[in-house]
Design a protein around this ligand. Structure first.
Ligand code: ZN
Length: 370
């Protein structure tokens, strides 16, 4: 199946190796997002691995990217960067004379362990933001600068690369953050790459600006739209190893095997649900929809990153329903689904199609008048 423009799913391109205790460790991070092509029969291919050996599962993980969530994403295991950037940290940043002193001394003075997570977070930003992406973001959201046309076109990509570098930095420091924080009031030293030291103070300021803006809008958890946490976790997960942070465990061959077995069950159910038995089909469709919801992959997350397991579930949609997945209207905050037979290039529901036509006409009139 070749997906039309605007209906594509993405995966992370990475290579896994296996540890002695069956965990999958991602190599060569940060990972790129690439279109997940040629996956019309992904459910069957993964189902075929239900009894495969470890090596075959590692190869599959490297071919298809992270499995992604296989169960519900709960608030207790939100992606770790939300944790790092949480209210407690934001509250800390305001009052941390200690942190200011630490920054003023170029990150060379010891600080209490309880303050260390914030210092690590600032260090991660300073190390990741070599090209001033966070700085520009802070300027844009406080409206002290307007993006150029070029920046408008390239900024999402820059933010994405910054995010990847932040994840990688967090992964490098995750164990340290946990260890330092556990020291409580005892003094710890947070090391920062020499090249990033001059950026620490501005990184802290930019970060605070971004978080303050986020809290105005109702907090970072509000900024993560419902139904996207699973995708966030998929993206973030390769950067964590078991025990780093008590938020999201590392991927394992056992989890892959379990997921492949479940897809085997789906494949069998599908074979049993004869097209001549519409009731059975309807039941299967309802179960599939429910399953997609539990892994945070409903409605069809067009043009987004998705784990191999939810992508495999989506590859079942057409065989089960005889229809293409319905996409969500691309208008911000609109939750309507596009019609089943919508053209691949169509992006908006009826109402927002009219709205965007009106907006375009108004723009054209202004251009002509000006
Ligand atoms: Zn709409």
């Amino acid at each position: 199946m070749t997906a039309p423009t605007g209906a594509r799913l993405y995966r992370l391109a990475l290579t896994y190796t296996l540890t002695g205790d069956g965990l999958l460790v991602a190599e060569r991070l940060p990972a790129d997002k690439v279109p997940a092509r040629g996956e019309g029969a992904l459910y069957r291919r993964l189902a075929g691995l239900a009894d495969a050996d470890d090596a075959a599962l590692v190869a599959a993980a490297s071919r298809y990217g992270p499995l992604g969530p296989t169960g519900p994403i709960r608030v207790s295991n939100q992606a770790a960067y939300l944790w790092v950037a949480d209210t407690a940290v934001r509250g800390n940043v305001r009052n941390l004379g200690l942190l200011r002193k630490w920054l003023a001394h170029g990150a060379t003075t010891p600080i209490p362990g309880t303050v260390a997570p914030v210092a690590h977070a600032v260090a991660i930003i300073a190390e990741a933001d070599a090209d001033w992406t966070m700085g520009r973001l802070a300027q844009f959201i406080t409206e002290t600068a307007t993006p150029t046309e070029l920046e408008r076109a390239t900024f999402p990509g820059r933010i994405e690369r910054l995010e990847q570098r932040l994840y990688a930095g967090l992964s490098r420091r995750a164990a340290l953050i946990t260890r330092d924080h556990a020291r409580g009031d005892a003094a710890v030293t947070v090391h920062v790459q020499p090249a990033a030291r001059p950026r620490l103070a501005t990184a802290a300021a930019h970060w605070r600006t971004v978080l303050d803006k986020a809290s105005e809008l109702g907090g970072l958890s509000e900024l993560v739209p419902p139904g996207t946490l699973g995708r966030l976790a998929t993206e973030f997960r390769p950067y964590l190893s078991e025990g780093d942070l008590p938020l999201y465990p590392a991927e394992s061959v056992a989890e892959w095997r379990k997921a492949c077995r479940e897809l085997g069950d789906w494949t069998e159910e599908l074979a049993r649900a004869d097209p001549a038995a519409p009731d059975r089909r309807a039941t299967l469709r309802a179960s599939l929809l429910l399953r997609l919801r539990t892994v945070d992959a409903w409605p069809y997350p067009a043009d987004e990153l998705l784990g191999a397991f939810p992508r495999a579930l989506w590859s079942l949609w057409e065989p089960v329903t005889g229809q293409r997945p319905q996409r969500r209207c691309a208008w911000p905050d609109c939750t309507r689904l596009l019609p089943v037979d919508a053209h691949g290039n169509r992006r908006h529901c009826d109402q927002h199609r009219r709205q965007s036509a009106r907006d375009r006409a108004a723009r054209n009139r202004r251009t002509l008048a000006g």
